[in-house]
Design a binder for this molecule. Structure first.
Ligand code: NAD
Ligand code: DAU
Length: 333
């Protein structure tokens, strides 16, 4: 099977490439990635010789057309992915997330190629902390940030191309991923690398916001289950019952790294900060028989901390520019 992976030098996409090559001997993988600030060939260390790597943008219609024409399935991870960046500068999010998805959809339509669209639970907005509710495939879209609204827009394009043009597509909306090779701008790698550098973690606002954590390898095994057995035209939510508030995450990181539980700062809150995400993933379990492998967040976090401890050469080049960006808007409360 010839698999075109967009965004395969980013966090989830590169882990998808590693998992695919390790578990699917029939897969011939092509990666299309623009190598933005968020992409790195270092994330493909150990497998670069086993894939075809093409540097380019998903908005480049001619390039996308050629690569899609040479594929049996397209898995579209490429995106501008960070909420804070979308608040500072939304333009690239519209270009990559909306226009890029449009170009891919037109190419899979022309070439009649199976398409899987990677999306986020953030398209559903947020939930109250005290609500028993979780997001399901039937939850109405209600995105809060420029990032999540462009992801929502891209999902709606996919749905329209399925209905109007019969494109063979599936969509997955996953909760917050953690694991190796995640950029240090994101919450967990940022705090872990701050502690490694002898500084204090930073919690936005009151720190009580809840995210529903899933290990990146579980996300990616669910994506393969959907490609293999999912119903065309359908959406599947991916989660792993991992609800934890941010303060608890930081305290666990500090504990695992041998620091005092209260050794962190509260800083300026994110504008429009979603309060809580929670995923009902029963459709994936009941229809496709999928189960997550990482059930214990603390031990998954400990393994992730170890990865950052032993891969400083991977994250160090990103670190000072990332912290300089945060320093422009962040104040200790
Ligand atoms: P990431 O920012 O780590 O990686 C994005 C990759 O896409 C990078 O390699 C980057 O170079 C590439 N890219 C960006 N713009 C591009 C363009 N115009 N053309 C080609 N390549 C481009 O992102 P991630 O966290 O790995 O997220 C991957 C996908 O998963 C995204 O679609 C995101 O919305 C979705 N998602 C992420 C999470 C999460 O917790 N990180 C959860 C659910 C869904
Ligand atoms: O839910 C899925 C989404 O998860 C994905 O679609 C996004 O691509 C991914 O970035 C992630 O979005 P979040 O905004 O939830 O992730 P982030 O890592 O930016 O922040 C997680 C939580 O931690 C959030 O409540 C904000 C908070 N935070 C973040 C940073 C960087 C802090 O308290 N301190 C920080 O320094």
């Amino acid at each position: 099977m010839r698999v075109l992976v967009t965004g395969g030098a980013g966090f989830i996409g590169s882990n998808f490439v590693h998992q695919t090559l390790a578990t699917r001997p029939d897969a011939e993988v092509t990666v299309l990635d623009a190598l933005t600030y968020a992409g790195s060939l270092r994330s493909l260390d150990g497998v670069l010789d086993d894939v075809r790597f093409v540097e380019g943008r998903v908005e480049d219609g001619a390039l996308v057309d050629r690569l899609v024409g040479e594929a049996d399935v397209v898995v579209h991870f490429a995106a501008e992915s960070h909420n804070d960046n979308s608040l500072a500068s939304p333009g690239p999010f519209v270009q990559t997330n909306v226009v890029g998805t449009y170009e891919l959809l037109e190419a899979v339509r022309r070439h009649d190629v199976r398409y899987h669209h990677i999306s986020t639970d953030e398209v559903y907005g947020d939930l109250a902390l005290d609500s028993p509710e979780r997001f399901s495939e039937a939850t109405p879209y209600n995105p809060s940030s420029p990032y999540s609204s462009t992801k929502g827009a891209s999902d709606l394009l996919v749905r329209a191309w399925v209905r109007s043009f019969g494109v063979e597509a599936t969509i997955s909306n996953c909760s917050n991923n953690y694991g190796p090779r995640q950029h240090v701008e994101k919450f967990i790698p940022r705090q872990v690398t701050e502690v490694l550098d002898g500084r204090r973690p930073r919690l936005y606002g009151d720190g009580l916001n809840v995210r529903d954590w899933i290990h990146v390898d579980d996300h990616n095994s669910a994506v393969w289950a959907i490609i293999d057995r999912g119903q065309l035209g359908e959406t599947y939510l991916i989660g792993a019952d991992g609800e934890v508030d941010n303060k608890t995450v930081v305290e666990t990181v500090l504990d695992l790294m041998g620091r005092e539980a209260g050794d962190y700062d509260h800083v300026t809150d994110r504008p429009g900060h979603d309060r809580r995400y929670a995923i009902d993933w029963s459709r994936l379990r009941d229809e496709l028989g999928w189960q997550p492998r990482y059930r214990d967040f603390r031990s998954g976090l400990a393994a992730t901390i170890d990865w950052y401890r032993t891969h400083e050469e991977w994250w160090r080049p990103q670190k000072s520019a990332t912290e300089a960006r945060y320093a422009r808007s962040e104040k200790v409360l």
